[in-house]
Design a protein around this ligand. Structure first.
Ligand SMILES: [Zn+2]
Length: 279
């Protein structure tokens, strides 16, 4: 029996509000994930996002009824196949929805209700869309990154606690570093090692993480790129039937987006831990 029942109840009510917020954030993330799927599909095919407004099967054009369009649930219920043409629906759809829900939950836990949560949720959507377009096409669409970078520089000082100078420096240093790496790689190896899109992407990611997290973004993106592509990278050392070294292109953009999301979610903790071990 607590000494002060009133205080105990107030604490319980607050905990419930926190739980409700996190559940709502996750559901919002799942629903937004469906929208991101539409954006990714139309980004890849060049169709307009607004027209036609209803979701349809990309294989047969069958319009989805509401129950075929519930994030995750529908894909599982339909066992990954279109109800009309029975052709498989890409696993990308449930993957994007689950990822979007998980990111929304993680942001809700980290920031709680408020503008910081809302702004990072919106930008995480842009990063998910960009990452999956890059994965599928090895191309990063330019204009969403430029508009995103401008908005990120406006939002950083207003809602994210990152001063404007910091945001501008992070964009400049991030993009500048990648421009230099690209230039040096081309000089030394005579081939493109890094896409131009990755330079533009850094203009967007820099203001979202701030200058102090740039080393973490680059390190985390490099480590995750190697970890995810280890089997393919091991093959690269070999030679193909014609005796040429095997070169499989790997999109770097998705791993930069992942690195930036990790920096937003755990960057402060990692930095505090690192500074603690150095001192
Ligand atoms: Zn179909």
């Amino acid at each position: 029996m607590p000494e002060n029942p009133g205080a105990f109840n107030r604490k319980a009510a607050r905990m419930d509000e926190t739980t409700v917020f996190r559940i709502l954030a996750t559901v919002l993330g799942l629903v937004l994930g469906s929208f991101y799927n539409v954006c990714i599909h139309r980004g890849l095919t060049g169709e307009s996002i607004a027209n036609p407004p209803r979701s349809k099967c990309p294989k047969c054009g069958h319009f989805l009824s509401w129950w075929e369009n519930i994030p995750l649930v529908s894909w599982l219920m339909l066992r990954g196949r279109c109800r009309n043409c029975r052709k498989p629906i890409s696993a990308r759809y449930p993957l994007v929805e689950a990822l979007s829900g998980a990111v929304a939950l993680a942001l809700a836990v980290k920031f709680g209700p408020g503008m910081t949560f809302a702004v990072y949720l919106a930008f995480s959507g842009l990063l998910i869309v960009l990452a999956f377009i890059d994965l599928a096409s090895f191309m990063l669409p330019l204009w969403p990154m430029i508009i995103g970078a401008v908005l990120a520089m406006v939002c950083a000082p207003l809602f994210l606690g990152i001063p404007l100078v910091d945001a501008l420096l992070a964009a400049g240093v991030g993009a500048g570093t990648f421009w230099l790496v690209r230039w040096a790689y081309r000089r030394l190896r005579g081939i493109e090692g890094l896409g131009e899109g990755d330079i533009w992407l850094m203009l967007l990611l820099g203001p979202l993480t701030g200058l102090r997290h740039l080393p973490f973004v680059i390190l985390a993106s490099g480590v995750s790129l190697i970890a995810f592509n280890l089997p393919m990278l091991l093959r690269q050392g070999r030679r193909d039937a014609q005796g040429n070294p095997m070169q499989t292109p790997i999109p770097y953009g998705p791993f930069l987006c992942l690195g930036a999301m990790l920096a937003i979610l755990v960057g402060d903790d990692v930095l505090a831990w690192y500074l603690g071990t150095v001192r």
